[in-house]
Ligand binder design. Structure first.
Ligand SMILES: CC(C)(COP(=O)(O)OP(=O)(O)OC[C@H]1O[C@@H](n2cnc3c(N)ncnc32)[C@H](O)[C@@H]1OP(=O)(O)O)[C@@H](O)C(=O)NCCC(=O)NCCS
Length: 135
């Protein structure tokens, strides 16, 4: 089992996207389609990268994407973003993805369902990499 799957689901970062998984988002197995999580994770990371860069960013690389638990219809899925690294024109963001779902032990269980690392590049109006202001 992956180390992150065993950790207590205390989210890393700030919640930048929250969605409820709907029937239209399922794959043929009836679970939520991985691409649904990937697309929202991309937006969740971009929100933080856009703020840090103070301007336009594009996704250059998905460095890592771990699917730890299946996501089901009705889960409330939260995408927490935290900056991992700021380079000259790039920003790498960790996205921690947690789901709330009804549980026999309480009103809701909180589960870490996925984790990703995505790199964005700050661009100018011509689409070329642009230097990010350093703190
Ligand atoms: C992103 C893009 C502007 C980069 O242009 P480029 O001329 O290749 O950029 P560079 O080689 O100068 O690299 C720019 C930064 O990206 C980083 N980078 C490039 N490739 C990378 C990769 N595979 N993984 C991680 N970082 C990467 C570089 O390290 C550099 O970071 P730094 O300035 O902080 O050191 C260009 O490739 C592009 O427009 N890609 C399409 C983006 C897009 O449409 N995304 C949405 C996908 S649907």
């Amino acid at each position: 089992m992956n180390k992150l799957a065993k950790e207590k689901p205390i989210p890393r970062g700030i919640p930048t996207v929250r969605m409820m998984a709907m029937p239209a988002d399922t794959n043929w197995l009836g679970d939520i389609f991985g691409g649904w999580l990937m697309s929202h994770a991309d937006i969740a990371g971009a929100v933080l990268a856009y703020r840090r860069a103070e301007g336009k960013v594009v996704t250059v690389a998905v460095n890592n994407f771990l699917f730890l638990e299946p996501v089901f219809i009705g889960d409330i899925v939260s995408f927490y973003a935290e900056i991992e690294r700021v380079g000259s024109s790039s920003i790498t963001v960790n996205i921690d993805i947690l789901a709330e779902r009804p549980d026999s032990e309480g009103p809701y269980a909180n589960l870490r369902v996925a984790n990703a690392s995505i790199t964005y590049v700050h661009i100018d109006s011509a689409g070329n990499p642009k230097t990010i202001k350093q703190d």
